[in-house]
Design a protein around this ligand. Structure first.
Ligand code: PGA
Length: 215
């Protein structure tokens, strides 16, 4: 099974999100052994859930999840609130680590909360320096210099890092950082990648459909 995860970040309104999903669904693309996970902004999760309810291709994830379980934390979106709406949650994205000062300790709490409510956390790491808690079953390696820059890290170099991480063989491993239609083939040519986290190239549905068809 391969995964293609669309990280929309702080982009798209309801109309644009619906158009994106319609475009992919209307393409009638049937791909076995592939899961497409859309991670939209929080308010778009529920309307998209309704749209994809008959799709076997698309699933939903969040871009983050609260480290708190519930209570007086204005603005937080908890695992409990998201339970039943999403299957996956990105945690520890480098943009959250740097812009919102998220620590490894806070990220571990997010992982524990997600799991408690039946959501599979997908831990984003920037490299060997980031802690991978034991509970983690899905890891995305995203070197900071590759995110949103067009400067993807070469597969051989990613594999070097993967080997240093010494992940349990049951852990699913993804690469992220400027993945696009011109470079995805170089990763697929090795058998070391279970999937990709795609930002920029996930925003245009036609571009993203090309990636789906390439896998
Ligand atoms: P990018 O973003 O594909 O635009 O590099 C990836 C990510 O940050 O998840």
């Amino acid at each position: 099974m391969k995964y293609l995860i669309a990280n929309w970040k702080a982009n798209k309104n309801l109309e644009e999100a619906v158009q994106w999903v319609d475009f992919i669904l209307n393409s009638n693309t049937q791909v076995s052994q592939l899961k497409v996970v859309i991670c939209p902004p929080f308010p778009l999760i529920y309307p998209l859930k309704e749209k994809i309810k008959n799709s076997s291709l698309i699933e939903l994830g969040s871009q983050d999840i609260s480290a708190f379980e519930s209570g007086n934390y204005t603005g937080e979106v908890t695992a409990k609130s998201l339970q039943g709406l999403i299957r996956y949650a990105l945690v520890g994205h480098s943009e959250r680590r740097s812009n919102f000062k998220e620590s490894d300790q806070m990220i571990q709490k997010k992982i524990i909360n997600a799991k408690k409510y039946g959501i599979e956390p997908i831990l984003c790491i920037r490299g060997e320096q980031d802690v991978i808690p034991d509970e983690t079953r899905m890891v995305v390696y995203e070197p900071v210099y590759s995110i949103g820059t067009g400067n993807n890290e070469q597969p051989a170099k990613v594999i070097e890092t993967l080997e240093k991480l010494k992940l349990d063989s049951s852990v699913t491993f993804f690469y992220g950082g400027s993945v696009n239609i011109n470079n995805i083939g170089s990763y697929l040519a090795t058998s070391r990648f279970d999937g990709f986290l795609v930002g920029t190239a996930s925003l245009d549905p036609a571009e993203f459909l090309d990636l789906i068809r390439k896998i």
